[in-house]
Design a protein around this ligand. Structure first.
Ligand SMILES: C[S@@+](CC[C@H](N)C(=O)[O-])C[C@H]1O[C@@H](n2cnc3c(N)ncnc32)[C@H](O)[C@@H]1O
Length: 242
């Protein structure tokens, strides 16, 4: 083996030994990305900073807040963001996960069984193995965290998902989601005319929703860097669209 190949081999082995969880999580993610690019939407799980920003409204509550939060994560994947949500849950909180991919659901079930902080709150976490378009639960959520790769979808699919949010969120509830910075513009530059039109349609649908934005985080420490948007759904908006 050449010296260079030998060094690469040693680095990979060292990473696998030091971070077995991260290594196998990333491998599952990469496999899903190759098998289903449209729905997976990323080559690697989100980084810790992005996960923490998405969990902001689970963490940031007055210490004396009495009632529990009902939280929904859409597209938890292997659980990079879920980990931060689980760590921030308080005893009366509940977390629902809605995930399309069978491989990801298996990883999530395993983590809830034997990995902290997932296992600490496993009795208050439910997994719905189905597309979000078909999720039909009783009651509404205080907070929805969406990790969906909307830029990969058709405009009518994005509009359908965004149109469902008022049914899922209680009046005054919050939606937190992320977009990779500049990615729609960048894809628009290299795309053909039809794809450019699709991306512009998605941009318009997102901009309409962002009218209710209450906070935005810039996450530079992620590959690629991302915005996290937090949007409040007001009571009249819920009535008008539900
Ligand atoms: C960009 S990945 C995010 C994964 C993870 N939350 C993270 O940040 O590392 C998108 C996730 O959304 C899931 N997904 C895509 N379309 C979906 C749908 N219609 N309903 C539910 N989950 C979906 C994919 O399977 C994938 O797990």
């Amino acid at each position: 083996m050449s010296n260079e190949r030998h060094n690469q081999f040693n680095t990979a082995t060292a990473v696998r030994k030091c971070m077995p969880g991260w290594f196998s999580e990333s491998r599952t993610f990469w496999r899903e990305y190759r098998a289903n690019f449209k729905h997976t939407g990323a080559v690697l799980p989100s980084g810790r900073s992005l996960g923490r920003a998405l969990a902001t409204f689970v963490r940031e509550r007055p210490a004396e807040a009495a009632c529990g939060l009902k939280v929904l994560e859409i597209g938890p994947g292997t659980g990079a963001v879920t980990r931060q949500l689980c760590a921030a849950l308080r005893p009366a909180d509940e977390l629902d996960l809605c995930e399309l991919s069978t491989a990801f659901v298996e990883v999530l079930r395993q983590r809830l069984k034997d990995e902290r902080p997932f296992s600490d709150v496993a009795d208050r976490v439910r997994i719905f193995h189905q597309p979000i378009e078909q999720l039909d639960v009783e009651g509404r959520y205080d907070l929805v965290v969406s990790c969906l790769p909307l830029n990969n979808f058709q405009v009518h699919e994005v509009e359908g998902i965004l149109g469902q949010l008022p049914r899922l969120l209680r009046p005054g509830g919050t939606l937190s989601f992320f977009q990779y910075i500049g990615i729609r513009k960048l894809r628009g530059v290299v795309a053909g005319a039809a794809d450019r039109e699709r991306l512009a349609g998605i941009g318009r649908a997102m901009d309409a929703m962002l009218a209710g934005e209450i906070r935005r985080n810039h996450i530079w420490a992620n590959v690629p860097p991302a915005y996290v948007h937090h949007v409040r759904f007001e009571a009249d908006q819920v009535k008008a669209t539900s």
